[in-house]
Design a protein around this ligand. Structure first.
Ligand SMILES: Cc1cc2nc3c(=O)[nH]c(=O)nc-3n(C[C@H](O)[C@H](O)[C@H](O)COP(=O)(O)OP(=O)(O)OC[C@H]3O[C@@H](n4cnc5c(N)ncnc54)[C@H](O)[C@@H]3O)c2cc1C
Length: 391
């Protein structure tokens, strides 16, 4: 089979790129290993797909060069994508922090992209394995389980390593290495943090407790909900910080984002000094957490027995609990893969490899990783669109 453009990976970025290129009149073949296209879109955002964010900006992306993403993000914006889904009759709403979700189902976005693919004339091969990619005299030669494909241009859109159960492979990184492009070390991102057995033991009774607070590592901090699990910590604030946290670093957890625990404890001491510390804490924290803080504060007696310094120390535990994760839940549950094909190797406008004309990398396989909140899909749409104009 001979085509103008072969795209490997029918996820968000690959499908978007295929439609754009085919609409420009290119003969496009989209090759997918799984049985269905857009599987991660389908399961995303709790089944409602957080498809973009109103607050797209460079500081919402983790990369060795966060500004790299801006060119594509400015040329195909969140407003362009919103117009696209509105054109397809898909209703949406803002949930929180600029995060936009479908009112109905994520399947609507997959269906829109599949319909666009069909209308554009692009060909989609599902359940297709690729055994080899080589540069040919002109373009590329791709050996697949359906035969050899000869393509003028090759777009790698095979995503990251997250959720191998859903078809994630390291193929994109392998091809980049084969063609001599650098890879920024990959690691799981937007992933729950885990603790060693010793640290986990006293936290076990807290499994299921959630609070609105914040989590920080170094100078980076996220104010959102966090959740104690039977393995460690999860929830939006923790997933966000996981993209910045490194092995061996502590995290600082604020368990009460809304209320100043020190002021509350002093006020309660004045009003009802005979109550237990945990009773006063339970007015601003879930009861199990209040008990935990009292336990680790190693204080005895009622509120009235405590000095200002002791109340400040307890408040310090509420607002700056230092915890030492031992790791993450890994690619099994990570929403994204940090690192990837170095942006130095790519043209920010077209996503083409600077040293290999005709070879493109888009979406998650590139060293561009968004925060939780729709940023990763916007990067997939924008980078897919940019390559779709150039191939
Ligand atoms: C549970 C979950 C929920 C998420 N929710 C959100 C959300 O709400 N909002 C958001 O912005 N982001 C979300 N993300 C992240 C988002 O899904 C990804 O960033 C995005 O899908 C990346 O798009 P992509 O096209 O680069 O890769 P993918 O969507 O992963 O697509 C890559 C495709 O390539 C195929 N492939 C891989 N290797 C090969 C190969 N060797 N041969 C052929 N095909 C291959 C894969 O099967 C896959 O279909 C979520 C991720 C997960 C795991």
């Amino acid at each position: 089979m001979q085509v103008d453009v072969a795209i490997i990976g029918a996820g968000a970025a690959g499908m978007f790129c295929a439609v754009e290129a085919a609409r420009r009149g290119k003969r496009v073949l989209l090759i997918e290993g799984a049985a269905a296209p857009g599987e991660k879109i389908r399961i995303s955002g709790g089944g409602r797909c957080n498809f973009t964010n109103l607050g797209i900006a460079a500081d919402r992306f983790v990369s060795e060069n966060p500004r790299f993403a801006l060119s594509a993000l400015k040329r195909y914006t969140q407003w362009d994508f919103i117009a696209r889904i509105e054109g397809a009759g898909i209703a949406w709403h803002e949930k929180t922090l600029g995060q936009l979700f479908c009112d109905g189902s994520a399947k609507q976005i997959v269906a829109m992209l599949v319909a666009d693919l069909e209308e554009s004339g692009a060909t989609l091969w599902l359940k297709t394995e690729i055994s080899d990619v080589q540069q040919a005299k002109t373009g590329f030669r791709i050996a697949t389980s359906r035969g050899v494909v000869q393509a003028e241009k090759l777009v790698m859109a095979c995503g990251g390593k997250s959720i191998p159960k859903m078809g994630a492979t390291s193929f994109g990184y392998k091809v980049a290495e084969q063609f001599g492009l650098g890879i920024v070390e990959t690691r799981p991102g937007l992933v729950p943090l885990t603790f060693a057995e010793q640290e986990l033991e006293p936290l076990k009774p807290l499994a299921g407790v959630s609070v609105t607070g914040s989590v920080a590592t170094g100078k980076t901090r996220f104010d959102e909900a966090l959740l104690f699990t039977h393995r460690g910590l999860s929830g939006p604030a923790v997933l966000q910080i996981s993209s910045y946290w490194r092995e061996g670093q502590p995290i600082s957890v604020d368990l009460s984002g809304q209320t100043d625990a020190g002021a509350h404890l002093r006020e309660m001491r004045g009003q009802a000094g005979r109550i237990a510390i945990r009773t006063a804490l339970a007015q601003i924290l879930p009861e199990r957490l209040a008990r935990y803080i009292e336990d680790i504060s190693a204080t005895t007696g009622n509120l009235a027995d405590q000095s200002n310094a002791t109340l400040d120390r307890i408040a310090g535990l509420v607002h700056g609990l230092e915890m030492r994760p031992v790791g993450t839940e890994g690619y099994r549950t990570a929403e994204v893969t940090l690192g990837g094909v170095t942006t130095d190797a790519l043209d920010a406008r077209t996503m083409e490899a600077k040293t290999v004309p005709g070879l493109y990398f888009i979406g998650e396989v590139v060293d561009v990783t968004g925060w939780l909140g729709g940023y990763n899909f916007q990067w997939a749409w924008s980078s897919g669109w940019a390559a779709g104009q150039a191939v």
